[in-house]
Design a protein around this ligand. Structure first.
Ligand SMILES: Cc1cc2nc3c(=O)[nH]c(=O)nc-3n(C[C@H](O)[C@H](O)[C@H](O)COP(=O)(O)OP(=O)(O)OC[C@H]3O[C@@H](n4cnc5c(N)ncnc54)[C@H](O)[C@@H]3O)c2cc1C
Length: 502
C-alpha cells in the first residue's frame, strides 16, 4: 500500500460542511486534503434555504456575490384548498435589513449551486475536491491519524494530524468510532425531486395541503434555475414511481389537477426523517461536523446552515492549534456547537409537527442570528455585564467611518482570518499588538468614527471598554481597561501572542 505525504487535516466528505472547512483552512494556509467518495459533484437541490447568519459567513469567506447571483428571494407560498381556492402568504416573516443585521431574509439557492460556488472559490485558492476517493479505515496514532483511502489508483495510506468527518448523516467515521447517535426516527418518509414541469407559475411556492399529511405535495420554483423542487410525504412504506410519468400521476392524485405535467426529473430521492445528535463530537484527533454530528427534518431549513456554521466554528480553532495554540481550544468546538444542534433538533421537529397540521410559520428563530456561545469557556467578561451585548454573542455589523470620512462596515473590518480588537474611548497607547490582531479605536486618538451612533447602539459599551471579536465573528471578550491583563491571557490561550508597549 502506498503511503502519501502527511497533511495537517484530512477532510472526509465534500458536502457543504467539508467545503466550508476547506475554504477557511485554505485561506489560513493550512495543508489539507478534501476527499469525496462520489465520482462527481452532488446535483440535488436539497438544502435550498440559506439563512441570514449563513449569508454573513459567506460574506466573510468571499463567496457571497456568487451565492447571490446563483439564487433569489423566497416567493410567497400559495396554499390550495380542496375546492381549488387558495390563499397566499409570505413564506417567512418579512423584515428589512438593519445597520446591525445586513441580511434579514433567507436566500434560496439550490444546494448544488451553493456547493459549486464553494468549489469555485476553493479552486481560486489553489485547491480542489478529490472525487472518487473514499475513506475506508482510520487508525489513531500518538501525533496523528493514519487513514486508509481508496480511489482510482488503488488503496493508499494517508497520514494526517487531524481528521474531520464531514461525511453526512450516515457517517462512516461516526460508526467506525462507535459514537452513539441517539434520537428518534420520526415516522415520516418523503420524496424530494428536482423537476421540470408545465402547468404551474413560478411566482409562488405551490402547496397543496388539504387533508392528511400523506396527501400533501409542494412544488417550489427553484431560484436561479428553470426547475421546481417537489416535496411530498409518503404513506407507510409507499414506494413512489420517481419517473416523470410517475410523479405526474402523484401530482394529479394529490391535487386533483390534470393540467400539471412533470416533463423531466433531474434528481429524485426518498428519505426518512430522523432527529439524532452524536453523543460526542470528538474522539482524540478525529472530529465530527455537519450532518455526521446531527440529523433532523428539513422543516425550517436548518441542516445545511447549522453544518456550515459547525465548520466555520471548527476551522479557525483547528488552524490555531496546528499553529501552536493549546489543544484544549479544540474542546470548545463541541462545547459550543453541540448545544446549538440540540436546540435546532427541537426547533425543526416542532416545525415538522406544525407542517403536519398545515400551519408552519418560520419566525426569527430559524434565521440563526440570535445563536451564540454565551457561557462558553471562550467567553470572557470583566466585569460581568448585566445587559446589552454579551461575550459569546454574534458580533453585530455597524456602519462606521474612517477619520477621512470614508464609509466602512464593521463586517468589512472583521473579514479575513484575523481577530479584531475594538477600543471605545480608551488610551490608544495601551492597545495590545499581535500579527493576527487588528485593532480599531473609537474616540480621541482613534481611527474610526461612530457617525450615526450605530456602533454605540449595537455594542452598548462604556468609555474605556475593549471588545474582542473572534475570527468567526462572535464576541470573545468584553473587558474594561483595568482588565487588559485578562485579555492578554485570553489571547494567549487562543494562540495569539500579543504584547503591549508600556
Ligand atoms: C429534502 C431536504 C431538504 C433540505 N432542506 C434544507 C434547507 O432548506 N436548508 C438547510 O439548511 N438544510 C436543508 N437540508 C439539509 C442539508 O441538505 C444537509 O444538512 C447538508 O447537506 C449537510 O451537509 P454535510 O456536508 O454535513 O453532509 P452531506 O451533504 O451529506 O455531505 C457528505 C458527503 O460525504 C461524502 N462521504 C460519505 N462517506 C464518505 C467516505 N467514507 N469517504 C469520502 N466521502 C464520503 C458523501 O458522498 C457526501 O458527499 C435538507 C435536506 C433534505 C433531505
Amino acid at each position: 500500500m502506498l503511503m502519501n505525504k502527511e497533511v495537517d487535516v484530512l477532510i472526509c466528505g465534500a458536502g457543504p460542511t467539508g467545503l466550508t472547512l476547506a475554504l477557511v483552512l485554505a485561506q489560513r494556509g493550512v495543508s489539507f486534503r478534501l476527499i469525496e467518495k462520489m465520482e462527481a459533484a452532488f446535483h440535488g437541490s436539497r438544502g435550498k434555504g440559506l439563512q441570514p447568519r449563513t449569508l454573513e459567513i459567506f460574506e466573510d469567506v468571499g463567496i457571497l456575490e456568487k451565492i447571490m447571483a446563483a439564487g433569489g428571494p423566497y416567493p410567497p407560498q400559495r396554499e390550495y384548498q380542496d375546492d381549488g381556492s387558495w390563499r397566499d402568504s409570505p413564506t417567512a416573516e418579512q423584515r428589512a435589513p438593519t445597520a446591525s443585521e445586513p441580511y434579514s431574509m433567507p436566500w434560496m439557492v439550490p444546494q448544488f449551486s451553493t456547493e459549486a460556488a464553494m468549489r469555485a472559490k476553493l479552486g481560486e485558492l489553489g485547491h480542489q475536491v478529490e472525487f472518487g476517493c473514499e475513506l475506508i479505515g482510520l487508525e489513531p496514532q500518538a501525533q496523528g491519524v493514519n487513514a486508509r483511502v481508496t480511489g482510482q489508483d488503488g488503496e493508499h495510506l494517508l497520514r494526517a494530524r487531524y481528521v474531520v468527518a464531514a461525511d453526512g448523516g450516515r457517517s462512516f467515521v461516526r460508526s467506525l468510532l462507535e459514537i452513539d447517535f441517539p434520537g428518534k426516527t420520526l415516522g415520516v418518509r418523503a420524496v424530494v425531486a428536482d423537476v421540470s414541469l408545465q402547468g404551474l407559475s413560478r411566482d409562488v411556492w405551490h402547496r397543496f395541503s388539504g387533508g392528511a399529511q400523506e396527501r400533501q405535495i409542494a412544488l417550489c420554483p427553484l431560484a436561479g434555475t428553470d426547475l421546481f423542487q417537489l416535496q411530498a410525504a409518503l404513506a407507510g412504506d409507499e414506494q413512489p414511481d420517481l419517473s416523470a410519468d410517475g410523479l405526474t400521476r402523484m401530482v394529479s392524485e394529490r391535487t386533483g389537477r390534470t393540467d400539471i405535467a412533470i416533463v423531466a426529473v433531474q434528481w429524485a430521492s426518498v428519505f426518512q426523517m430522523h432527529a439524532r445528535l452524536a453523543q460526542r463530537y470528538r474522539v482524540g484527533r478525529v472530529l465530527l461536523a455537519g450532518d455526521a454530528a446531527h440529523v433532523h427534518p428539513p422543516t425550517g431549513g436548518q441542516g445545511l446552515n447549522t453544518s456550515v456554521q459547525d465548520a466555520y466554528n471548527l476551522a479557525w480553532k483547528l488552524a490555531a492549534v496546528l499553529a501552536g495554540a493549546e489543544e484544549t481550544l479544540l474542546d470548545t468546538y463541541e462545547e459550543e456547537r453541540r448545544p446549538i444542534a440540540a436546540s435546532m433538533l427541537g426547533l425543526s421537529t416542532r416545525l415538522l409537527d406544525e407542517a403536519r397540521r398545515g400551519e408552519m410559520r418560520r419566525g426569527r428563530e430559524v434565521q440563526q442570528l440570535d445563536l451564540g456561545y454565551p457561557g462558553s469557556s471562550l467567553a470572557l467578561e470583566m466585569p460581568v455585564r448585566r445587559q446589552g451585548l454579551m461575550a459569546g454573542d454574534r458580533a453585530p455589523d455597524a456602519p462606521v467611518a474612517t477619520l477621512s470620512g470614508a464609509p466602512r462596515r464593521l463586517f468589512e473590518l472583521f473579514r479575513g482570518t484575523h481577530w479584531t480588537l475594538i477600543g471605545f474611548h480608551v488610551q490608544p497607547a495601551r492597545a495590545p499588538q499581535a500579527d493576527d490582531l487588528q485593532v480599531h479605536l473609537f474616540g480621541p486618538g482613534g481611527n474610526l468614527a461612530d457617525v450615526s451612533g450605530h456602533f454605540r447602539d449595537a455594542y452598548g459599551l462604556e468609555n474605556g471598554d475593549w471588545v474582542l471579536v473572534r475570527p468567526d465573528g462572535y464576541i470573545g471578550a468584553i473587558v474594561a481597561s483595568d482588565n487588559l491583563e485578562a485579555l492578554m491571557n485570553y489571547l494567549q490561550r487562543a494562540g495569539v501572542s500579543a504584547h503591549r508597549e508600556e
